[in-house]
Design a protein around this ligand. Sequence first.
Ligand code: C5P
Length: 228
Amino acid sequence: MNKLAQPVVTLDGPAGSGKSTTAKEVARRLGFRHLDSGALYRALTLALLEEGTPPAQWVDLTDEDMDGLPIRVSSREADFVIEVAGRVVQAELRSPSVTEHVALLASLPAARRCLLYLQQVAGEKGGLVADGRDMGSVVFPEADVKVYLVADLHERARRRLEESGISPSNVDVERESKVIAERDRQDSERELSPLREPSNAHRIDTTSLNFNEQVEEVVALVEALYVD
Ligand code: C5P
């Protein structure tokens, strides 16, 4: 048995690669907590949209403005609850308008600084599976297991649509592929904490894996820590 009783596991990757659903199930099987960092960026985005601050002005927001947004994150046994303006949010974080504006928000230094501390505090005690774009590279550079999930663009688009309850046609898949590719471009090209494969990450291509297979691959990497 390894001394690492409470590892930190990071899962990074492009949009629609299945990070959050995989991370959630890996955390459940290991008895760890799940941190969906994308949901935090989405919560800041939702708060700004609700306040009516025009997106063109977001670039001028200061650290104090970001810290003053009505966001609350509290820890539960299995994950974290996110509140915006006093109400628990979940489905709203995935609305088309939040999805459209979140990459802009995530490119702002004030937003990244605001969330960096919050995420690192969440991981302080270990026993965490964190998913996002910069979990292994910036937020938890000392993580015990780093995974980088990739999948074919069209497959990612198809999964995204199916998750939202649609039986997608080829035209739907093409359209969604363009939306995802654009968000990947913004996330990879931004200056701060761009989407990058951490140098010491385990790359898993999930294009031809089913959900259970991809979960098992990650769980096996964590369990290997406990083998002498
Ligand atoms: O993972 P999800 O699609 O919910 O993430 C939403 C957006 O939040 C991403 O497109 C990216 O712009 C931003 N994000 C980020 N860094 C993270 C997690 C998400 O910049 N660690």
